[in-house]
Design a protein around this ligand. Structure first.
Ligand SMILES: Nc1ncnc2c1ncn2[C@@H]1O[C@H](COP(=O)(O)OP(=O)(O)OP(=O)(O)O)[C@@H](O)[C@H]1O
Ligand SMILES: [Mg+2]
Length: 249
């Protein structure tokens, strides 16, 4: 479903991604972990061209793009194929929950309003937010807003769902409800790439975990291998530091 080859990205001559190669299969759930500044967000943002790669190629489903030759059509397709969930929800404050979810269905996918509303309610039900369909974002908790944002992304039925730390802006007591929703998505046949600092969650829901450090993939393996029998010392050090810190909290 996703194939990345030789991906490089620099900001003002400063290399951030230094040659990234991987394949992700249809329906896989992949968690990306790694230290702050290692390039996780840059990588996930390159996948939908929110950041333009400097070198290499990206293929999602049947759409291939190569750095340096990125057409408008290819960009449009890749954006249609991917749905992004951000740390900061990004709901439209002046629209109700239902309008937030139907908006893309009506304006981008040109679905009739009643059809869009039916589909939106289906996904709002899925994330446990149907009862708040007529509320405005400001009337919801952060966890509820993020669940609406997830419903909005799912409603567009992207081929790939990309999430960049979807729980890190939430108060600790609200993290759980969002993780529950992501867990349900992970169990479905939706290809998902999730950047997360929730290592235990990554271990539990991901089919494979990618550990990135210094703009390179150090290790990309099923959680049972990566967490219990890491091949690289750097992976082992990162994981033990993180789990220790979690333990202290
Ligand atoms: N738009 C930008 N302009 C310049 N430098 C940037 C930009 N975005 C990211 N960087 C730099 O690229 C490096 C990688 O950033 P990135 O946001 O990808 O890291 P990350 O792994 O997501 O970190 P975190 O865990 O803190 O979110 C950092 O050194 C960062 O300062
Ligand atoms: Mg980041």
């Amino acid at each position: 479903m996703i194939e990345v080859n030789g991906l490089e990205k620099s900001y003002a001559g400063n290399p951030v991604l230094k040659g990234i190669d991987f394949h992700i299969q249809q329906a896989e759930t992949v968690a990306i972990i790694g230290p702050s500044g290692s390039g996780k967000s840059t990588l996930i943002r390159c996948l939908n061209l929110l950041e333009k790669p400097c070198a290499g190629s990206i293929r999602i489903a049947d759409q291939q793009i190569s750095a340096g030759a990125i057409s408008k059509t290819a960009t449009y397709r890749l954006r249609q194929y991917t749905g992004m969930v951000f740390q900061s929800f990004n709901l439209f404050p002046h629209l109700t929950v239902l309008q937030n979810v139907t908006q893309g269905l009506i304006t981008v996918q040109r679905k009739p309003r009643d059809q869009a509303q039916k589909e939106a309610m289906h996904f709002l039900t899925k994330v446990g937010m149907a009862a708040k369909a007529q509320s405005y974002p400001a009337q919801l908790s952060g966890g509820q807003q993020q669940r609406v944002a997830i419903a909005r992304t799912l409603a567009m039925q992207p081929k790939v769902v990309l999430m960049d730390e979807p729980t890190s802006a939430l108060d600790p007591e609200l993290v759980h409800e969002v993780l529950q929703v992501i867990r349900a998505i992970a169990e479905e046949a939706i290809t998902t790439v999730l950047v997360t600092h929730e290592l235990r969650f990554a271990q539990e829901v991901a089919d494979r975990v990618m550990f990135i450090d210094g703009g390179k993939i150090v290790e990309f393996a099923p959680p049972s291998e990566l967490f219990q029998r890491p091949k690289e010392q750097r992976t082992a050090t990162f994981i033990s530091k993180f789990l220790e810190a979690e333990y202290v909290i």
